[in-house]
Design a protein around this ligand. Structure first.
Ligand SMILES: Cc1cc2nc3c(=O)[nH]c(=O)nc-3n(C[C@H](O)[C@H](O)[C@H](O)COP(=O)(O)OP(=O)(O)OC[C@H]3O[C@@H](n4cnc5c(N)ncnc54)[C@H](O)[C@@H]3O)c2cc1C
Ligand code: SF4
Length: 484
């Protein structure tokens, strides 16, 4: 029988976070972890797994981007055959315990469970997936990465997020020398520095990265392509390249006062908080710039990044947290579960409101906003927000966080590669049959192709691109042999 993780270990992890030493915050975080601990309970996992009706058409698998064999591993879990359940789930995913934690299951597998359709509540697929793989780690069932017979070819991967790491793993298993370049000091991409630790604990990502390092994948951290090497230089060094750099250009908001001190970018705020939970020295957290403690916080935006900012602010001990969003609850892009969680934690949502100015000269003191109403649907079918005349109101603020989403950076310029073809949104243009860009042997995957998306889609793309790269590399080797 699998060991249940010790609650004390969980709480120690909370305390090791160090970012939130006060009792109130520590208690709040401990409660989060209590929730995680409850989901670990073996009886609960088996009980949930046994609810699966093993229906003929597995809509859950169809709607999982990885097409995980969900009913099969649920059945094995219900029968107590946990190791087999883990092995089955590991067949289709490089990070099942991560997806189990942070996939928006209500829109994917669980949202398409037939039991949910019949009104009895979906099987909690994500929690079971997390449980079986966490158990596999504890029990030592997660095998070290075994590199395949050396192929004598090397691959350079730019970006160590879920897409890059997934491709790195499969390519190493296929026998290639794999080098991963990332501009951060730690691998993981947004898993490490975007998504907060209360949703995805940092050690869960780091043990995955360590397994890849132990398997001989070479990580070049603090290596920024564009600054430390051009794309061309990397092409000379490797037989094929994968660009999996994600999207990091924060969408701007134009309004008077937006440059005032105290108005910050969402990702800077989240990175500081994530670094703190690694125990890093973060001067801009310590000097209060990225610390919400005791402040009136206003977050602008309605997506998942905004939800992470409001929930992080609460955990840091903010005095008040308000989220301004220009549409209503039904029309917001973020997950409804996240909104519910945030409300329960004390976040106030100011629906149908759009900021028009930031007040304060030396430092932000307030945000002036307009009330909005929803007008006629636009080309996409969504109702466009319109300003209500004479509807100004003011919200007190000491910290304003802009969380309006992300676009692609200008990669052709950054990589000194003006020929690299991009779409009108700045994402990389690929041939969808081969996942190759217009540059021979340069492939792309993840958010940099899709635009801001989900971790599970990054993993899917990383899996798919491996096959294409493998085919390309085989053909390249054959052509070189013929030419020799
Ligand atoms: C705050 C936030 C919360 C999110 N929460 C969720 C969630 O709960 N669930 C979910 O499914 N999705 C979530 N997402 C989306 C998800 O994180 C992304 O879709 C996913 O990480 C994309 O994977 P990727 O591998 O394409 O890119 P990324 O994870 O962005 O990784 C790209 C990597 O490339 C590196 N890089 C970029 N440029 C260079 C360069 N020039 N040289 C070297 N390295 C470079 C970056 O440092 C980064 O490590 C969230 C996103 C954000 C911003
Ligand atoms: S990967 Fe995501 S969508 Fe697929 S089964 Fe797991 S939690 Fe559900």
């Amino acid at each position: 029988m699998a060991k249940r993780p010790q609650k004390l270990e969980m709480l120690k992890f909370v305390e090791d976070g160090q970012a939130y030493p006060e009792k109130r915050e520590a208690r709040l975080r401990a409660e989060d972890f209590q929730e995680i601990a409850d989901k670990y309970a073996p009886e609960k996992a088996a009980e949930q797994a046994a609810r699966c009706s093993q229906c003929g058409v597995p809509y859950c698998s169809v709607h999982c981007p990885l097409h995980n064999h969900i009913p099969d591993w649920l059945r094995l879990t219900a029968e107590g055959r946990l190791r087999e359940a883990y092995e089955m789930s590991n067949l289709t995913s490089t990070m099942p315990e991560i997806c189990g934690r942070i996939c928006p299951q209500d829109r994917l597998c669980e949202g398409n469970c037939v039991i949910e359709f019949s009104g009895h509540g979906a099987v909690t697929i994500g929690s079971v997936e997390k449980y079986i793989t966490d158990t596999a780690w504890e029990e030592g069932w997660v095998e070290p990465l075994q590199p395949g017979r050396p192929k004598g070819q090397s691959v350079g991967i730019i970006g160590a997020g879920p897409a890059g790491l997934t491709a790195a793993e499969y390519l190493r298993v296929a026998g290639y020398d794999v080098h991963v370049y990332d501009r951060h000091d730690r691998a993981g991409g947004l898993l490490t520095y975007g998504i907060p630790g209360f949703k995805l604990e940092k050690h869960v990502i780091m043990r995955r990265v360590q397994r890849l390092k132990d398997g001989g994948i070479q990580f070049h951290e603090n290596f920024e392509v564009g600054r430390d090497a051009t794309l061309e230089k990397l092409r000379d060094r490797h037989d094929a390249i994968l660009i999996a750099t994600g999207v990091y250009q924060a969408r701007a908001i134009q309004m008077p006062g937006v440059g005032a001190p105290g108005v910050e970018e969402a990702l800077d705020f989240l990175i500081a908080s994530n670094r703190k939970s690694f125990g890093d020295d973060v001067p801009d957290f310590d000097n209060g710039r990225f610390n919400a403690k005791g402040k009136n916080v206003v977050v602008i935006g309605g997506g998942d990044t905004a939800m992470d900012c409001v929930r992080t602010s609460i955990r840091q001990g903010a005095k008040s947290v308000k989220c301004l969003y220009r549409r209503d609850r039904a029309n917001m892009p973020g997950s409804q579960n996240e909104v519910r969680n945030a409300e329960e934690e004390g976040v106030e949502f100011v629906w149908l409101s759009a900021p028009k100015a930031v007040e304060g000269t030396d430092h932000v003191t307030a945000v002036r906003a307009n009330r909005m109403r929803l007008g006629a649907p636009d080309a996409s079918g969504r109702r466009s927000p319109e300003v209500e005349p004479d509807s100004d109101f003011t919200v007190e603020a000491d910290l304003v966080i802009k969380a309006l989403g992300f676009d692609a950076e200008d990669l052709p310029r950054l990589f000194d590669s003006p020929d690299l073809s991009v779409t009108r949104w700045g994402t990389l243009r690929v041939d969808h049959k081969s996942m190759m860009t217009n540059l021979e042997g340069v492939f792309a995957a993840g958010d940099i192709v899709r635009g801001a998306s989900l971790v599970v889609w990054g993993i899917r793309d990383g899996r798919d691109v491996t096959e294409h790269m493998h085919r390309f590399l085989k053909e390249k080797k054959m052509a070189e042999r013929v030419a020799a």
